[in-house]
Structures are given as structure tokens and as C-alpha cells.
Design a protein around this ligand. Structure first.
Ligand code: SAH
Length: 265
């Protein structure tokens, strides 16, 4: 499997915020240029997404997500920008359910993204490995929480899409690799924490090996349809596994298992 480091450089977050600041700074004398219909439309559009994100965060609060860093991250990140255009709608972008991203894959529902991130208890600057980049949204959440993010995706088209979305949204520090997550990313190991967003039947050995002593891992374990989230900690070289919520994730496939038709959108 060829390895691509997809992200290196890019530009800053959300030009429309810059626009909002500009208008807020305009003197009342009317010296500012007329923003024009296009800019007004863009701001109305932006307000619509902001309102939907606030609603999404209220749902997370109702579901007992309490970590302020996670809530702030999800309030800020433009989730709709991570969903390929042909699958995008208001309901898809911010409803509390998984959203299709093509290639038979989905972004997890916002509650699961929030819950798994909260359980990781990320501290600023920690190195986190994600398996299953998908749209890149979870990687953005981890980055917004202050982590140094490494993320692996097995489907090249999704890895490319995620790379573009992350760059566009300003998360240029996230490192992506198109490859098989069962191998982990030994060049950057050990990791403070690992999050797996597709379901293997057992904890992959390479991931256990690449977790720092004292590190945490969260992953769905079991056959597809009957998985449970496992919250794992590594102590003295040994893994302690705590069984958590029942969940349903797409399976974690091996490099050789992907059928050619899964490559086409
Ligand atoms: N975290 C993603 C959603 C992941 S969906 C997001 O925020 O959008 C699960 C992803 O895991 C899919 O994109 C799938 O292609 C990927 N995947 C499955 N098996 C994998 C493997 N062995 N290595 C890396 N990625 C894998």
C-alpha cells in the first residue's frame, strides 16, 4: 500500500470570520464598501450553519457530554465542509445520526464523535493516532482539542477528500496517510492515545505496541452489528480493557479485503 503524506501546507481558517470582523470594525460614517448581495448571502448562509451547530451542541449537552473543549470544538468546526457535496443536506450535516460520505462509509453521529473524544481525555500537544480518517471530521475535532494528529485511511479517495477538507478548514497540522490501519504508523509511535473509528474483531497488535505506556485507546470491538466500545489503558506494558457502550461501526478491513467496486463512489 503506497503511503501518502497528504497534508503539508495550507491557509487559514474560514475567510467569512475575517469578513465579519471587517464589518464590525467599520465606522458608522458609511466609509465602508457595500458588502454586496453576494457577501450578504454568504453571511446568511454562515448564520444558518452556526444555528445548526448550536442545536447540535444542545443535543450533545442533553446526552451528557460535559467536556468544554470537546463541545467548543464541535461548535466551531464546520462539519458540513467535511461531507462530500453530493451527500450534503442540513439534516445530514448536523443531525444526531451518522452521515454518508461515499464508498459505503459514514461519519459517526455527533454524539459518538463527542463521546469518544471526551473519553480520550486529550491534553494539549499529545500525539494521537486515528484509524479511519473517513471525511476528516473526527481528525479536525482532535486537532481543535489541541492534539498532534496522525490519521490513517485505507480508501485513497477518502484520504484525498479528507486532506482537501482539512486543508481548506485550516487544519494543516493534521498528518494523513493512505494505508492499512492494522499496521499503525510506526515511524511516529509511540502515541499518547489511539482512536479507531472502524471496528476490528480484536485489538490490532501493532496498535497495542504503538501505544505509550500510560496511554489510552478507544475502539469498537467485535463482529459487525454486535460491537461494543472498548476503553483501553496500557499499564506496565499490559492492556486493561473496559467494556463500554454498544455501538455499530463499519468493519475495519484488512488491506487485502477491499473489493475493486468499493473504490468507486
Ligand atoms: N472518523 C471518520 C469516520 C470513519 S468511518 C470521520 O470522522 O469521518 C470508518 C473509516 O475507516 C472508513 O473511511 C473506512 O474506509 C476506514 N477503514 C476501514 N478499515 C480500515 C483500515 N484497515 N485502515 C484504515 N482505515 C480503515
Amino acid at each position: 500500500m503506497s503511503l501518502l503524506e497528504l497534508l503539508s501546507a495550507g491557509n487559514s481558517i474560514c475567510p467569512c470570520f475575517g469578513l465579519a470582523v471587517l464589518f464590525a470594525c467599520c465606522p458608522a460614517s458609511g466609509m465602508c464598501a457595500d458588502p454586496g448581495a453576494g457577501a450578504q448571502e454568504a453571511r446568511a448562509e454562515d448564520r444558518k450553519w452556526v444555528a445548526l451547530r448550536n442545536e447540535m451542541v444542545s443535543v450533545l449537552l442533553n446526552y451528557d457530554i460535559r467536556d468544554k473543549t470537546v463541545l467548543d470544538a464541535m461548535r466551531k468546526i464546520r462539519r458540513h465542509e467535511f461531507i462530500p457535496e453530493r451527500y450534503l443536506s442540513e439534516r445530514e450535516a448536523y443531525g444526531n445520526h451518522p452521515a454518508a460520505i461515499g464508498h459505503n462509509q459514514t461519519i459517526s453521529q455527533p454524539y459518538i464523535v463527542a463521546y469518544m473524544t471526551e473519553q480520550l481525555r486529550i491534553r494539549k500537544g499529545e500525539k494521537i493516532l486515528e484509524i479511519g480518517t473517513g471525511s476528516g471530521y473526527q481528525a479536525a475535532v482532535l486537532a481543535e482539542c489541541g492534539a498532534e494528529v496522525f490519521s490513517i485511511e485505507i480508501i485513497p479517495e477518502l484520504a484525498e477528500h479528507a486532506g482537501r477538507a482539512l486543508r481548506r478548514e485550516g487544519y494543516t497540522q493534521v498528518r494523513l496517510k493512505n494505508g492499512d490501519g492494522y499496521e499503525g504508523w510506526p515511524e511516529h509511535a509511540p502515541f499518547d492515545a489511539i482512536i479507531v473509528t472502524c471496528g476490528p474483531e480484536k485489538i490490532p497488535k501493532a496498535l497495542a505496541d504503538q501505544l505509550k505506556d500510560g496511554g489510552r485507546m478507544i475502539l469498537p470491538l467485535g463482529e459487525s452489528g454486535v460491537q461494543r466500545l472498548a476503553i483501553v489503558s496500557k499499564k506496565g506494558g499490559k492492556l486493561e480493557v473496559r467494556d463500554d457502550l454498544p455501538v455499530r461501526f463499519v468493519p475495519m478491513v484488512r488491506g487485502t479485503e477491499r473489493r475493486p467496486e468499493e473504490n468507486v463512489e
